[in-house]
Design a protein around this ligand. Structure first.
Ligand code: GAL
Length: 396
């Protein structure tokens, strides 16, 4: 009898352990890829627009290149009724049907709310209704939830009386609450934390269930802002790995504010950072250049490399920066960035990035093999541009 009880208890424990692992261990094994309404459309969104973008994800080849999440950011919310149910606004007549449509295309459904009483735009968010909202999102088929701090900052200030440690603890608890409520739904839902990097979130994001966390304030569609947040990620590589990623924000590729070289810098840097690749452009209006950047399979493969290691800055001389990312099988991605406003000649010394012996080198953006390099290689890098190389051991 005693034994039977023991066996039962152990198996229940194992089942629940298996469940917890299934929830946390299989989500975002590589950095999530998809599309978001935010950077291009802001609050001007609707069911019809989201369906059209989902269609374009498929017809453009983006889905097959790996972009599967269709993320509705702020702007879908309507009102919360007397029984606490959160309703979408009239632009989104039936969220469940929209979720079904997204799934029918082989895509996944992402949604946005936050721990505060309201979102940044003043729409109702999940404060005090976390479990109820999580259940409803799961019933709509949501696969990814972005949880944006916004008005919760007011609650942190009020309840901590200016004590920063206490304020951070209140913030962590709010993320943990929603994480637990998502787990309780039984639906695997990627948890995307958005609190702009406050309190060094990379140090505690995984503890509160974050699969990714924003490390910075918002990106905007210009080279200055994009590089200021992207290059500031130096030093964060050790905090990322399968299931938990640093997120320097949604991509601006294809939105018109950057030159092709600047956009290649943007996409390369995000790939080196093993950042989530969430496109933020209008997928129904993509130029050939935009397509060639967003769907460059070799660059995407660097971002999605199964080793799951984020890259980092190896060294920099003024505006000329060399970043490296370890890849599976002993290979390495090396990005030579020229942040100056003139073209520059840059020499890669293999020893300076810790590479032993010779390397077989491929120019990733040009899709050309450069042959075997013995100790150094010199390339011309355009202004605000990049040369991205893939190094492997000769014969491999
Ligand atoms: C910001 C967030 C953006 C976007 C926006 C929506 O706080 O950083 O990524 O979600 O809210 O209002």
């Amino acid at each position: 009898m005693k034994n039977r009880f023991l066996i039962q208890t152990v198996s229940i424990f194992c089942i629940s352990l298996g469940y917890a692992t299934a929830q946390t261990g299989t989500l975002a094994v590589t950095p999530p890829m998809g599309w978001s309404t935010w950077n291009h459309f802001h609050h001007d969104i609707s069911d019809a627009l989201v369906r059209a973008q989902a269609d374009a994800l498929v017809s453009s080849g983006m889905r097959d290149a790996g972009y599967v999440y269709v993320n509705i950011d702020g702007g879908w919310e309507g009102y919360r009724d007397a029984s606490g149910v959160l309703h979408p606004n009239p632009n989104f007549p039936d969220m469940r049907a929209l979720g079904d449509y997204i799934h029918s295309k082989g895509l996944k459904f992402g949604l946005y709310t936050g721990p505060g009483p309201t979102t940044c735009a003043g729409a109702p968010a999940s404060y005090g209704h976390e479990a109820q909202d999580a259940k409803m999102f799961a019933s709509w088929g949501v696969d990814y939830l972005k949880y944006d701090l916004c008005s919760f900052r007011g609650i942190m200030q009020r309840e901590s009386n200016g004590d920063l440690q206490k304020s951070d603890a209140i913030m962590k608890a709010a993320y943990q609450t929603m994480h637990q409520d998502l787990l309780a739904t039984g639906r695997p839902i990627v948890f995307s934390m958005c609190q702009y990097g406050w309190g060094k979130v990379w140090e505690w994001g995984p503890e509160v269930g974050g699969n990714l966390w924003r490390t910075t304030g918002d990106i905007s569609d210009n080279y200055g802002r994009m590089t200021s947040i992207g290059f500031r990620e130096a030093g964060l590589s050790r905090y990322a790995g399968p299931g938990h990623w640093n997120d320097p924000d949604i991509l601006e590729v294809g939105n018109g504010g950057m030159t092709p070289d600047e956009e290649r810098t943007h996409f390369t840097l995000w790939a080196i950072l093993a950042a989530p690749l969430i496109a933020g452009n209008d997928l129904t209006q993509m130029s050939a250049v935009t397509r060639s950047i967003l769907m460059n399979k070799e660059v995407i493969a660097i971002d999605q490399d199964p080793l799951g290691k984020q890259g980092d800055r190896a060294h920099a001389t003024g505006p000329l920066e060399v970043w490296t990312k370890p890849l599976q099988g002993g290979a390495m991605a090396v990005a030579l960035f020229n942040r100056s406003s003139e073209p520059a000649s840059m020499t890669l010394e293999l020893a300076s990035i810790g590479w032993q012996g010779q390397a077989t080198v491929r120019d990733v953006w040009n899709h050309t093999d450069l042959g075997i390099v013995n100790d150094h290689s010199t390339v011309i890098v355009p202004r605000h541009g990049v040369v991205l190389l893939r190094l492997s051991k000769p014969g491999q």
